[in-house]
Design a protein around this ligand. Structure first.
Ligand code: NDP
Length: 320
């Protein structure tokens, strides 16, 4: 794959007072946060002193998660129910947020589903996967856009996957559209509709789509593309929008297999979401946490993660 940009980014530790731009009034929303990476990100952000809204589709699971964090002394966390696959739930959540908060600083679109075991590739649940992993974060983002604080740099971090990288797309026409500087939201919707249509007609296998976890990969491909389009729309207007792949992480999604824990990922994700305003990126796809050291696989540049999470910076790769 010809990446337009390949770089490494040193992320400063948020515990350095010189890079700490936020206060206890800084508000972050994290979706799908009753467990896994979302839960760990809420915990990390609360430890760093932000006000965090932990959302989950199930109230009982969400409240239990908040309770678990409160018993650890983290009291700046508020729960609200949010099912990102349900437009009504998104509207209710956005209205509640508007009534109760003056502004939003950070949105972490983390919630996602995959119905495949690691070596499977069924598309039986494609509609749910696309609705949850792509339509949901997009609708939620659009509903919350008017709420982002304009007096400082606000941030959206879309938790994505390298399975949805451009180099996984075999169809040159689709790739060309996605790589174009003129990429639009309509183009992205068109590509997603084409995939859904091919799934319906049973022709998707020869469509040149990503070969691993195809429905999930297409949902993340679309999310990455939306990240780029939105970043462009808001360039110079105080909103940074990036995607982030956490790497193979021990959560329910991977049946607890993986190279690192959700807490490890949360340290990196929080650092990315809290980059100092003078070091901020937008429209990028950050990759982190690849096992096996530095190598090149499937034309994707890989960079070894630093597992010494106490150091002042973490090396990740930045690809778009
Ligand atoms: P988990 O399955 O542990 O967590 C997923 C979370 O999303 C759960 O809280 C789940 O809630 C929630 N969720 C699912 N559907 C909805 C919905 N409709 N509305 C709101 N919340 C929902 O997975 P991870 O923590 O691993 O995944 C977090 C993110 O990281 C995802 O975006 C995933 O794609 C990404 N990722 C993960 C990798 C990994 O190796 N683990 C690798 C690359 C990316 P519930 O408990 O109710 O199901």
């Amino acid at each position: 794959m010809q990446f337009k940009e390949t770089d490494r980014l040193l992320i400063p530790s948020p515990s350095h007072s010189s890079t700490r731009w936020w206060s206890e009034e800084t508000v972050a929303i994290v979706t799908g946060a009753n467990k896994g990476i979302g839960f760990a990100v809420v915990k990390r952000m609360a430890e760093l002193g932000l006000k965090v809204i932990l959302t989950a589709r199930d109230s009982e699971r969400g409240c239990k998660a908040v309770e678990a964090l409160r018993t650890q002394g983290l009291h700046s966390i508020i729960f609200y129910r949010l099912d990102v696959s349900d437009p009504c739930s998104i509207n209710t959540f956005a209205s509640w947020f508007k009534e109760n908060f003056t502004a939003l600083d950070i949105l972490v679109n983390n919630a996602a589903v995959s119905f495949n075991e690691i070596n499977e590739n069924s598309v039986e649940h494609t509609e749910t996967v696309i609705r949850t992993n792509f339509n949901g974060p997009k609708l939620l983002t659009e509903a919350l856009l008017p709420m982002f604080r304009t007096s400082s740099m606000s941030r959206i971090l879309n938790v994505s996957s390298r399975l949805g990288s451009l180099n996984k797309v075999g169809n040159p026409n689709i790739k060309q559209v996605l790589e174009s500087e003129k990429l639009s939201e309509d183009d992205i919707e068109g590509i997603v509709s084409l995939f859904l249509e091919q799934v319906k007609t049973g022709t998707w296998k020869t469509g040149g789509w990503p070969e691993l976890w195809t429905d999930y990969a297409v949902s993340k491909l679309a999310l990455n593309a939306y990240t780029r389009v939105l970043a462009k729309r808001y360039r110079g207007r105080g909103l940074s929008v990036n995607s982030f792949c956490p790497g193979f992480t021990q959560t329910s999604m991977t049946r607890c297999k993986g190279d690192h824990t959700a807490d490890d990922v949360a340290i990196v994700a929080a650092r990315l979401a809290l980059l100092p305003p003078d070091n901020i990126q937008s429209g990028k796809f950050f990759l982190w946490g690849i096992s096996g050291g530095s190598s090149t696989s499937n034309n994707t540049l890989v960079v070894p993660p630093s597992y010494d999470l106490k150091i002042n910076s973490i090396m990740i790769s930045l690809i778009w």
